[in-house]
Design a protein around this ligand. Structure first.
Ligand code: SAH
Length: 236
């Protein structure tokens, strides 16, 4: 069976040491993702090199910017586990919570977690905005990739963060348009944009990671019901 070889891309991100366990876990992840893909409709990316780069590597580009060890992290709309499961594999000390509204994907994730023998990683079969109301101010880091536009996404998850915690939004080339639509209304949620990481990788293309810090309590009215958020997102 073909194996992934370009480990230097991971080592270049930060001071990540690629252990034998990490390699084995990613192999199992890749195989299980491929074998279950048809049943669960998980990803359009199936080629080995692309899965390692566009899913595994792409899930970690942010990590040079943030202290992760011993943090409590929540991944909103994790799908097949990106970035949450990959973060857990590389940083086993992080307590990871995966939130996903699609039950079939939760079933895939539960089987995956058991196959990888991961501990302190929890799945929540729920919509993010409902989960956020029940777990206010419990997380150091909230992260999300490819779930919704910024002016919706920030409202879904801001309430989950502890004061001083970070909301990490993994975004693509449309980011400037999304920021324009948000129109700085993130302050209403108690969030401030602290850092922006721009990457343009041969394989993953343009990737922009935004780091919002929660400086003040998020008002109780947020998150509103999804229908309201969608109808009148922040900034509109
Ligand atoms: N983060 C993954 C999946 C992106 S697809 C990745 O980058 O590959 C978006 C996922 O978010 C889908 O699985 C969808 O079911 C889930 N999702 C969308 N809105 C959601 C919400 N409000 N709460 C929880 N999950 C949501």
């Amino acid at each position: 069976m073909k194996k992934f070889e370009n480990w230097e891309i991971f080592e270049d991100i930060a001071t990540i040491k690629i252990t034998k366990t990490i390699k084995e876990q990613l192999e199992i992840y890749f195989e299980f993702l491929n074998s279950e893909n048809e049943k669960y409709n998980l990803t359009t990316i199936t080629n080995l090199d692309e899965v390692y780069r566009k899913h595994f590597f792409d899930s970690l580009t942010f990590c040079s910017k943030l202290e992760l060890n011993n943090q409590k992290l929540c991944d909103l709309g994790t799908g097949a586990g990106f970035p949450g499961v990959v973060i857990k594999i590389f940083f086993p000390d992080v307590e990871v919570h995966l939130v996903e509204s699609n039950n079939k994907k939760i079933s895939f994730l539960n089987q995956l977690i058991s196959k990888l023998n991961l501990k302190e990683i929890y799945t929540h079969s729920q919509r993010a905005e409902i989960f956020a109301i029940s777990k206010k101010e419990q997380f150091d880091i909230v992260i999300s990739r490819a779930v919704s536009e910024l002016n919706i996404l920030l409202e879904l998850g801001a309430q989950l963060l502890k004061i001083n915690g970070y909301f990490v939004c993994l975004k693509g080339p449309k980011i400037d348009w999304e920021l324009q639509n948000l129109n700085n209304q993130n302050y209403k949620l108690g969030l401030e944009l602290r850092d922006r990481q721009n990457l343009d990788d041969k394989i993953i293309g343009v990737r922009v990671n935004l780091f919002y810090q929660k400086l003040r309590k998020t008002p109780e009215i947020y998150p509103r019901q999804y229908a309201q958020i969608k109808k009148k997102p922040l900034g509109k």
